[in-house]
Design a protein around this ligand. Structure first.
Ligand code: IMO
Ligand code: MG
Length: 406
């Protein structure tokens, strides 16, 4: 079997964690390659809810866990998360030597920069992700191997730069000691491990964090995250050749959410949005913020499918729309009198476009106990035609077993 890449096609929170857990049994390992503790991936087994920020969502499926070099690693969050796992699962984690670390000063800077931006703040998760990647680009960040190798860290330049930026560098030495304790015995070469698994006939499941529209280069800049969220980043983020990036499986909800600032053409408010938010538990898994709610946006989704080369789609949260009379699907944007279905062309004025909707669809009252109901089948056919993909998985509830393979 080839490697498989689970990637989000919207603004994050598409249900990637649930699907990774569901699919993990078929793979030797699950690997994260981007983002950091800004991710919040929820896995529900029976009545128990688990949220992962850094540990790959294959942890409860008993799989080998890999964190690649492309991840911005907050060792304090990692340590907390590991403490919640059974000891066996803890032993299965390998962190790449080259992962750059998120320092406490990065978190302080994240908050300070958001304050400076004022009314145009990004609405970050305040996890220090932007500053940590900036420090890496400045070649000032510490990498995982630096803190584990005794004497491998020269904190001088980093401390001076933080001080000049007005961040508090006083806790850095202590933080390095904590990071060392968390990482000792867990470091390795994740790219080489992925290749070894392939050589011995196994395969790896790649778990993206965030979503395509939050990609630093191709998303709704500047309202994006600071890493790359597309499947094309998998080889770079893990240190493997392009040929091993695997088959992409795009994940999309049957409506859209967004958390934080930025344009959102299909956003809705009022009672319907509130009902969807409650039914879908649409509150940030990392920050607890209520998520903004909107209808499914085919224009944006088509762009995301193209960027990832996704031929397969997993559609999630169908159960949430069972309680809604009818829903809409945006098929093009209107701007200054003309209509276009091209997301990229609309990107510069995304905040001003008016969504053009297809006549209402419905999943009202749909039940999933004995397979895919007719209304859902109709939605699947509609999306397969509109997006030129094959829908291979349906998620109709957060619990692991509420999944239908087509
Ligand atoms: P998962 O993996 C949804 C959003 C933040 C903010 C912007 C930048 O659970 O899908 P950052 O802290 O990354 O600098 O914030 O990106 N964001 C997410 N939104 N799901 C996520 O991850 C997100 N990670 C970051 O809300 O708008
Ligand atoms: Mg999430």
């Amino acid at each position: 079997m080839t490697n498989l890449s689970v990637v989000g096609l919207q603004w994050g929170d598409e249900g990637k964690g649930k699907l990774v857990d569901f699919l993990a049994g078929r793979f030797v390992a699950v690997a994260r390659f981007n983002g950091g503790s800004n991710a919040g991936h929820t896995v529900v087994i029976g009545a128990k809810r688990h949220t992962f920020h850094l540990v790959p969502s294959g942890a409860l499926a008993g799989k080998e866990l890999l964190i690649g070099a492309g991840v911005a690693l907050d060792t304090e969050v990692l340590s907390q998360e590991l403490s919640l796992l059974p000891p066996r699962a803890r032993k299965r984690l390998t962190v790449d030597n080259r992962c750059s670390l998120v320092s406490p000063a990065d978190k302080g800077l994240d908050v300070a920069i958001e304050e400076i931006r004022g009314g145009s703040s990004i609405g970050t998760t305040r996890r220090g992700i932007g500053p940590a990647y900036a420090m890496r680009a400045l070649r000032l960040a510490l990498r995982a191997s630096d803190v584990v190798d005794e004497g491998g860290q020269d904190l001088g330049p980093m401390t001076d730069v933080y001080r000049r930026l007005g961040a508090d560098p006083s806790g850095l030495r202590k933080w390095v000691e904590g990071a060392r304790a968390t990482l000792k015995g867990r470091l390795g070469d994740v790219g080489a491990r992925v290749m070894d698994i392939g050589s011995s006939g196994g395969s790896v499941l790649f778990e993206a964090s965030q979503g395509t529209l939050l990609d630093l280069l191709h998303g709704s800049y500047p309202y994006v995250t600071s890493s790359h969220t597309l499947v094309s980043y998998i080889p770079a983020g893990l240190g493997i050749p392009l040929s091993e990036a695997g088959e992409p499986l795009g994940v999309a909800k049957c409506y859209t959410t967004r958390v934080g600032g930025g344009p959102f053409p299909t956003e809705i408010g009022g009672k319907t949005a509130a009902a969807i938010r409650e039914a879908g538990k649409e509150y940030g898994a990392t920050t607890g913020r209520p998520r903004r709610i909107g209808w499914l946006d085919i224009v944006a989704l088509r762009y995301a499918v193209m960027l990832n080369g996704a031929k397969k789609l997993a559609l999630s949260k169908l159960d949430v729309l069972s309680g809604v009379k009818e829903f809409k699907v945006c098929t093009s944007y209107r701007h200054l009198g003309s209509e276009s279905g091209n997301f990229q062309r609309a990107a510069a004025h995304l905040g001003e476009v008016e969504p053009v909707y297809e006549s209402p669809l419905t999943l009202h009252g749909a039940e999933y106990a004995s397979g895919l109901p007719r209304q859902a089948q109709r939605l699947v056919e509609y999306l397969e035609d509109a997006l030129k993909v094959k829908v291979t998985l349906i998620s109709h509830g957060e619990e692991r077993s509420r999944t239908i393979e087509l």
